[in-house]
Design a protein around this ligand. Sequence first.
Ligand code: GMT
Length: 387
Amino acid sequence: MKIGITCYATYGGSGIVGSELARELVRLGHTVHIIARSLPTRLTELSDDLQFHEVEALNYPLFEAPHYSLALAVKQAEVACREDLDLLHVHYAIPHSISGYLAREMLRGKHALPIVTTLHGTDITLVGSDRSYLEVTRFAIAASDGVTAISKFLARETCRQFGLPDIRVIPNFVDVEHYVRREGCALRWRLAPAGEKLLVHVSNFRPVKRVLDCVEIFSRVAKQTPSRLIMVGDGPDAGAAAARAAELGLANDVVFVGKQPRIGDYLSIADVLLLPSETESFGLSALEAMSCEVPVVASRVGGLPEVVDEGVSGFLREVGDVDAMADAVLRIVTDEALASSMGKAGRRVAVEQFTTERIVPQYLDYYREVIEAFDPGCREPKIQYVR
Ligand code: GMT
């Protein structure tokens, strides 16, 4: 198949999923055209079968900001026609789904372009549920030819919020050959020179991630056991987290490594992954950590219980309960047998339920279903909803 993929290129789970999916589709013999603002960070090896098309949005003095959604629609339509795409798969509803809809309509009568939208989380739970975007998100979902959600939680939440009958769930996936445990490597010695325990957090440091909770949890853990907190990524709350660490006298033990292209290097040497998010529709970093045999301490929210098995591959606690999360971390880092059994349980779940090989074919089957059902002449919304 010839597939167009649109996703955000910066550090966010949806961009990672879009990129990893593209890579795997190419490996399976398909051709993928990435249509995005910039090259997604995890995609470095382009080829004839994996091409990147950059969306450049003109900024005219009359505009308050460049019209990315419109420029994207034009690029999607242009690439679809020129490259004879069979289907366009957009990740994150706002605005990618609307751009896809515009592209499809612009091409009507010239080129059939079914649109699949994959919902990732905040496009429904935060952005899409805000009054300013609610109706357009509802429209985008209904107008798509196929819609998937990355967890049962998100599918339920979308149906509840937008009055939809049901949505296909295709969970996130992990490359279990790449995300593996690595003992005794140089990075571990550099970050924990005196054999300290390593707590790792990976995110885009947005308020929804509650990165300050990571510092609070760590301050409680560090009082009981020699440890360090490694903060991987960057974003709006990084400064506040660093300031709080300094205030607590922990500036040397909380290490901010910024945005990193090789997240696996950090996860593979961690003792615990911290994910104290306000909401999390899946928690891709939890799955990647589990693949590296790292126990997870996270909030009991959203789709996280579908990934992390409470008491088996990690501990789930209430949002904001930093005392309970610190206790959970301490249980793991002070009990080697527990840490090892949790790590192995997490790896087992990753290998048995969430491998790339198991999940990506589900997307391919869904593409075929959508292409087969696509009626190029039909202008009715594809998905019915009840207001
Ligand atoms: O909101 C974010 O943190 C970014 C967002 C994204 O789409 O880039 O992440 C969401 O998608 C990820 C990949 O599917 C999921 O693993 C995350 O759980 C989800 N984030 C939230 O729901 C907060």
